[in-house]
Structure formats: C-alpha cells, structure tokens
Design a protein around this ligand. Structure first.
Ligand SMILES: Nc1ncnc2c1ncn2[C@@H]1O[C@H](COP(=O)(O)OP(=O)(O)OP(=O)(O)O)[C@@H](O)[C@H]1O
Ligand SMILES: [Mg+2]
Length: 494
C-alpha cells in the first residue's frame, strides 16, 4: 500500500508532466486529467467525452490510440488525429490500459512529440551514405554480393585493381568471376568453416584474383558472411592487392643475392691475386731453365719433346695466371668513351677467321647511334671474347650466333644480348656459372675463369650481367653498361 505521502507525490508528478495526460473510461469519458477537471474550461457546453471535448466530434477519432489499446489490450502509439508535422516532429498519442483483475477499468492517454518518420528516414539516409562513402573510398577493394553472387557494392579501388567499372560489376559479372578456377567455391567453403577466423569469417587469406583482362593477381582477402535473423544474406570481401609488396620483396631478395655474389667475388679475387703472384715466379724459373736446356744441350728426341711439353704447359699456366690477375684487376685500366658496336665488330673480326667459327651463322642486330660507354677497350674485348667463345664452344662450332645491341633510354644504359642455339646452360649450373673455376668442360679444356672475369669487368664498369636459357634453344647473356654520360653522373654523385 502506498502511503499518503507517496500518493501525494505521484499526483504532483502527474500534474507536473509537461504534456496532457488524461484517464478515460472504456467509452471515452474523461475521468481525470493532469489539469483538474473543474479547471478544464466549459466542460458542460463541450460534453465530457474526449472526442467531444477536444475534437468537437460526435464519435471517437479513427486513429485513436485508446481504440488501438481496446483492440489489442496492449500499449499503443498513434498519430494525433488531424495532426501535421511541425519542425520535424510528429504529435502523437500514447495510450495504455489500467487493468483491475481481468477487467480493463480505464485507459490512460497522453500526447507526445516524436521525431517524424521523414526525419528518421533522413537520418538513416545520412548514416547510410556516410557508411557507403567509407566503403567506397576505402584503400582496399571492397566487393559485396548477395548469396547468388550478384554484386551490389564495388568500390573505386576495386574498379582500379579489377578493371571493371562499377556498373559492369553490378550488371554483367558474378562475384565468382573475380576468382580463377573454382576459387570462389573454395572461399565460400573456408568462410563456412570454423577454422579461419570463426564461422562466417575469413582473415588474411592469400589467394589469386582475376582481373577483367584475365591477369591473375595475388591478393590477401578478409571476408565475411552477412547474416539476417540467422540466414546468410550476403558476403563482403576486402581485397588487398599484393603485387607491389611482392615486387619489393623480390627486389630486396635479388639485391641481397647480388651483394652476396659481389662479396664472394671480392674475397675470392684477393685470394686469387696472392696465389697468382706466388705462381708467377716459379713459372718464370721453369720456362727459363727449360729454354736453356733446349738451347745449350744436345738432347735425345724424346727428351726434347718432353721439354717442349713442359714449355707448353708452363705457357698455359702463365695464361691462367694472367687471367687471374685480370680477374682481380691488378692491371691498370684506361677508361675512355667507347662505342659498343665498334668494340663488338673488332672482337668478331678477330674470332670470325678461327676454325671454330667456320660453320657458325652470325646475325648482327646493332642499334645505330648508340651512346658511348665509358670503358677500358682492352677489357671490353676480353668481356665480349669470353662470352662469344663460350657460345661458339657450346654450339660445338655449329649454329646461329645472334648479337643484339640497343639503348635502354629510361635507365640510360647500353644493352648487349648475345644468344646462341647451343644446348643451353644446365639448370643446376645456372646459379654457379659466374663463380671462378666453375666449368663443365673436360679437365684441361676450360679453367672456369672466363665468365667470372667477364662478371668482374661488367661490375667494375658499373653495369650488370645475367644469363638465361632461351625458351626455344640455347642460352642468352645480357649485359647492361651505363652510357658515358650516365657513369659521369654516377661519378659526380660519388
Ligand atoms: N653459351 C653457353 N651455353 C651453355 N653453357 C655455357 C655457355 N656459356 C657458359 N656456359 C657454362 O658456364 C661454364 C662457365 O663458363 P666460363 O667461361 O666461366 O668457363 P669455361 O668456358 O668452362 O672455361 P674458360 O672460359 O675459363 O676456358 C661453362 O663451363 C659452361 O658450362
Ligand atoms: Mg669460357
């Protein structure tokens, strides 16, 4: 039971309520109001039914909140009869029953100002467009589709990466088309499993996507299923294009390999230089004394032949030492602007008449007006000679030798490509061919110094060299040397 004080406060609270609050009998008679009945003006002339008193009507209003409560027996909210929206607000009534046992004794009706539906719609529209803008301008590609795969959201990044316009994506392709093979099915399978970020979610999944031009691009995918009342209604995917990241990673790896290679060459070079000097002196002695013996003694034929053999082998050893010294840059070089086409022509002139080249067809594809390369002419011949000789030896004197020169404008470099139609470089040997003493030739036939020397020459000229096998037949050696103006710029920078 409420105390007198509580009842007093409740009445005061109802009276202080800013809006009108009235209690009605089941037939709409005004029983009480937060304005005392006797203070309501002219109750007698206006009649004491609410529809008479407030609306001058002879029957209850059609959309009366109390009427709705009578029908449903639960609280109801209805717009005020004849009301119109003022300042974005809609006047309406809220009504509820006062129940006594299982009988409705009376109804309470109070009026309210609710924000209008139009205003709610406007707010909703604003929030929606804000969300849509966020998705559309996201850096990652955002693609959403219904469960049949029809795309309904395709943001600007997706247009850029996939090459479809928003309209094309929505009208002419299915979300399955942006994955190669049965990639879409695989993604859906993973999305529905618990193991990749929870059911209905897939996080940082590395896969490939298909662009409009048919190119497969590596992507990282975050996707989720959108549920409504427990039912799958859509899927949304955030695609991150991995091409740039993978390219940078590859460049870093390549640079690392090149650095390692350069370091290895440098330390081997020092070692080789030391050995070369030590061998040179006894070699001088061997040659000198063998020659003396030949000149000063009358020898048996067999002994004379042996001495000639000693001299030949000593000569070969001296040549190897010379190459070793060249390899370690122990000789002085004269750097001058040289024309690569001319240097190649001179090298070929020396080689062409040798028997090894008799059955080799030479194809020259020289770009005229090549910019000069700041280089040591002697070293250039050495470099070209080694690669061309290797090609002729690989073809066993029979095949096509193709030599191409061209200017790489963007990098300001001159490029030489020397290709042959030999058996190509065995895959296993490919990573080692530039290493000193690596050879696949029979003992005594090759020192394995040719390409490492060539590599060193190219490097000391600020260039690059690589080798690859041709798709059809044979191998190609690609040499890039900075043009004279380019290396000058480099020197200035240093
Ligand atoms: N054009 C080519 N085709 C196939 N393999 C090649 C070619 N050029 C080089 N090679 C391979 O690379 C290896 C190393 O070459 P490199 O010129 O350094 O030494 P080499 O020719 O064996 O001996 P050297 O040049 O010192 O007489 C060769 O033994 C060969 O296996
Ligand atoms: Mg060689």
């Amino acid at each position: 039971m409420r105390t007198k004080k509580e009842i007093e406060y409740l009445l005061k609270a109802i009276d202080a309520f800013q809006r009108r609050l009235i209690v009605l009998s089941p037939d709409y008679e005004i029983l009480a109001a937060n304005i005392p009945i006797d203070e309501l003006p002219d109750m007698e002339t206006k009649g004491n039914f609410c529809y008479q008193y407030f609306y001058d009507r002879s029957s209850p209003c059609e959309n009366c909140a109390v009427m709705a409560v009578k029908e449903t027996l639960s609280p109801s909210l209805c717009p005020k009869p004849g009301s119109y929206i003022i300042g974005g607000h809609m006047p309406c009534f809220y009504a509820y029953p006062i129940v006594n046992g299982d009988r409705v004794e009376a109804y309470v009706s109070m009026d309210f100002q609710l924000p209008s539906v139009g205003m709610l719609e406007e707010k909703l529209r604003h929030t929606n467009s804000l969300l849509e803008n966020l998705l559309l301008s996201a850096v990652d590609c955002v693609i959403a589709a219904d469960m049949k795969g029809s795309i309904f959201l395709f943001n600007a990044s997706a247009e850029n990466v996939f090459g479809h316009s928003k309209e094309e994506a929505k009208n002419s392709i299915n979300v399955r088309d942006i994955y190669p093979g049965d990639g879409a099915r695989q993604v859906m399978k993973l999305l529905r499993s618990d193991d990749f970020g929870g059911k209905g979610r897939l996080t940082t999944y590395r896969t490939n996507a298909l662009t409009k031009s048919g190119e497969e691009i590596p992507i990282s995918l975050n996707a989720s299923v959108v549920y409504e009342e427990g039912k799958e209604v859509a899927t949304v995917g955030f695609f991150h294009d991995l091409r740039d990241r993978l390219r940078i990673q590859k460049e870093l790896e390549d640079t690392q390999v090149q650095l390692l290679q350069a370091e290895k060459m440098a330390s081997l070079g020092k070692l080789a230089a030391g050995v070369a000097h030590q061998i040179n002196n006894p070699l001088g002695g061997i040659t000198l004394f063998a020659k003396l013996m030949l000149e000063e003694y009358t020898l048996e034929k067999g002994a004379e032949e042996d001495l000639h053999r000693i001299l030949r082998d000593a000569e070969r050893a001296r040549n190897t030492v010379k190459e070793l010294l060249e390899f370690t840059r122990q000789t002085r070089h004269l750097m001058q602007p040289n024309n690569i086409n001319e240097a190649l022509t001179r090298t070929l002139f020396l080689l062409e008449n040798q028997t090894l080249f008799q059955n080799i067809k030479l194809q020259k594809e020289f770009q005229p007006d090549l910019p000069p390369v700041s280089s040591d002419a002697q070293q250039l011949y050495h470099l070209m000679m080694n690669i061309i000789l290797n090609a002729a030896q690989a073809m066993d004197g029979n095949g096509i030798l193709h030599i191409k020169t061209h200017y790489l404008e963007k990098q300001d470099r001159v490029c030489i490509v020397i290709s042959d139609t030999g058996p190509g470089i065995p895959e296993k040997a490919l990573p080692h061919i530039f290493e000193p003493f690596f050879t696949t030739k029979d003992e005594g036939k090759g020192t394995g110094l040719g390409l490492s020397l060539a590599y060193n020459i190219v490097e000391s000229h600020g260039g690059r060299m690589s080798a690859k096998n041709n798709p059809e037949k044979g191998a190609s050696f690609i040499i890039e040397l900075p043009s004279a103006t380019n290396s000058q710029k480099g020197d200035e920078r240093e």
